[in-house]
Design a protein around this ligand. Structure first.
Ligand SMILES: [Zn+2]
Length: 302
């Protein structure tokens, strides 16, 4: 589907495209085509009127859409606007986003272009775990502590400093195993808990944890769930978060560069074993870190 949309976008004359499609033999060459039985079903091509700009793309919760193009001056959605990053608009979709549509736009050559993000059903696995009931239901004291820590953390998601990053991000570990568990929906003794909002990297305690990008440390604290954890603000509403550390080597307010050591991995907070939990928030949305560690051109585009 994406390929056909790309083709549509680059044709300056829609009637020409339609005429080519009417003669598939001419356009694609009969001689090299496999026999009909082996040929994949042709995908239907929907020719949209250009003036309607009915651009749309499916994005999973926790995903990011990318809309690149020449001369973009501003990007935006229903809530805010921002400057493009390396010539493209990025639209993060929160892991908790309900199925439906989101309207986004970009300003280009003095015109506003709009697109629709169709939020797909979450593709993530569900896990049912049987655990000690005392670990599921917090004591009053622990619950109060966790609530107070949440009040410190949540305002950080609204930070909007100048962007000082580019994509892809750097790995938070020098030799990172594949990231696991993003978006996994967990049931503890049959009771649903919120989906897992970061990527887990299995790594022994004491492994150096590295800043994924240049930025400023906005949190360095020991919390009930996250254990020893560090948040780095990269500007443009992007925060990276490193949890369950055994040691923190930075202070709040400190500037760090990509690859600088933030501390050592560990098993502090509520964990079942040593690992690095690496999370990202982008303009408030919980997004899959694997997407921003990979090639940005692979992100879905309207
Ligand atoms: Zn985790």
């Amino acid at each position: 589907m994406g390929v056909h949309i790309q083709v549509l976008k680059h044709f300056s004359s829609l009637p020409l495209l339609v005429s080519l499609l009417s003669f598939p033999g001419l356009a694609f060459g009969q001689a090299t085509s496999p026999p009909a039985a082996q040929r994949p079903e042709p995908e239907p091509v929907v020719a949209r009127p250009r003036h309607a700009e009915a651009r749309a793309v499916g994005v999973v919760p926790g995903g990011v859409a990318r809309w690149a193009g020449e001369g973009i001056t501003r990007c935006g959605d229903a809530r805010e606007t921002w400057i493009p990053l390396d010539g493209a608009c990025y639209y993060p979709v929160d892991l908790g986003q309900e199925k439906g549509t989101l309207e986004v736009f970009r300003d280009r050559a003095g015109r506003r272009e709009t697109a629709t993000l169709r939020v797909l059903p979450p593709p993530y696995a569900e896990e049912n775990l049987q655990v000690d009931p005392g670990k599921v239901h917090l004591s009053e004291r622990d619950r109060l502590r966790a609530d107070q820590e949440r009040e410190v953390v949540v305002p950080l998601f609204s930070l909007r400093t100048d962007p000082v990053f580019s994509l892809p991000l750097g790995s938070p570990l020098e030799h990172a195993p594949p990231p696991r568990n993003f978006g996994t929906r967990r049931l503890f003794n049959g009771e649903p808990r919120s989906a897992h909002g970061g990527a887990d990297f299995r790594t022994p305690t004491g492994t150096p944890v590295l800043a994924a990008e240049t930025g400023r440390v906005v949190l360095a604290a020991n919390h009930f769930f996250a254990g020893k954890n560090v948040f780095v603000d990269h500007g443009g509403g992007l925060l990276s978060m490193y949890m369950h550390l055994s040691r923190i080597d930075v202070k709040e307010g400190q500037r760090v560069k990509r690859g600088d050591r933030l501390g050592l991995s560990g098993a502090t907070g509520r964990v079942t074993g040593p690992h690095l939990h690496f999370g990202l928030r982008w303009r408030g949305a919980k997004v899959d870190p694997a997407l921003l560690l990979g090639d940005p051109a692979a992100l879905p585009s309207p």
